[in-house]
Design a protein around this ligand. Sequence first.
Ligand code: ASN
Ligand code: ZN
Length: 340
Amino acid sequence: EHIRSAEGRSLYSGTVTIGSTRRDDGSYELVDPQRGGHRTLDATATSAGVLFTDTDDVWGDGTAADPQTAAVDAAYGAQTTWDFYHDRFGRNGIADDGRGSYSRVHYQATPGVPLANANWQDGCFCMSYGDGADGKHPVTSLDIAAHEMAHGVTSATAGLGDFGESPALNEAISDMMAAAVEFHADNPADVPDYLMAELDDLHGDGKPIRYMDEPSKAGISAVGYAPLDYWSPETKNAEAHMAAGVGAHFFYLLAEGSGKKTINGVAYDSPTYDGLPVTGIGLTSATDVMYRALTVYMTSTTDYPGARTATLRAAADLYGAQSDGYEAVANAWAGVNLGI
Ligand code: ASN
Ligand code: ZN
């Protein structure tokens, strides 16, 4: 078991236990000794950020008014994602070398302009989280944190690059891992959830930013069109988060299958390109296939057809080339117009 010492009151995940470190003067700092010394920084005054410290080791008050609350969500997200990769795949941190990262909250890419986004950056080996369009809605839910940290893992493994469909595949894998981390987490969301950022209200309409069962449901975005449900020769020209719809849809079909389904009160309805049904293998097995494909077979230039090959190889390794699992991977790709 992981040692979790401090109490945190988060915005999105309730009261949680997070890692903190006691300093010589008796105060505490938000450094997680169990996960490579992962640090959580306050970027309110400067984008570089300063380490959060506290006198009583109780962090945040569960509202965005307390600057520590977003820090609790970010720390909880980092620890939960770290634990997911460790518990499921024996992975020791983002780069599998035990090295911690850091998270900055209340981050502004442009000083004075609230950021309605979060990101992973290879340069700092760190995650940064904005406070939402109005500066009062930190973009720090568990699926966001897992999405950003998964970018770090992708960077440290396949290293998906900037060319063609690789950025879209990178985005899709971050959404897949976000769903997997939420599922793995020791919190009330212990059922599959194929919505992205459903708690953050990023658009101010109370809706998620992305839907994996039918990505186009998100509607027309700021880039002028909706996420793509199906692959086509034009997919490589689409913005990465829109083209990621193809991969996210594949993953939903692989995990849950096609058609209507209600999970934890959320209604899903996943169509297929050819109208043929797909039978899912469950989120845990779908995640096993993707992680193996990512870490063993994908490279910096993998595109969607290459992802199909990589996941089929992974399924053959895990279940055999004559298995139902292998067939499900092939059928799920056919469902997004990547059959052969
Ligand atoms: N939140 C975005 C992402 O992780 C950040 C971006 O697109 N720059 O994909
Ligand atoms: Zn992303």
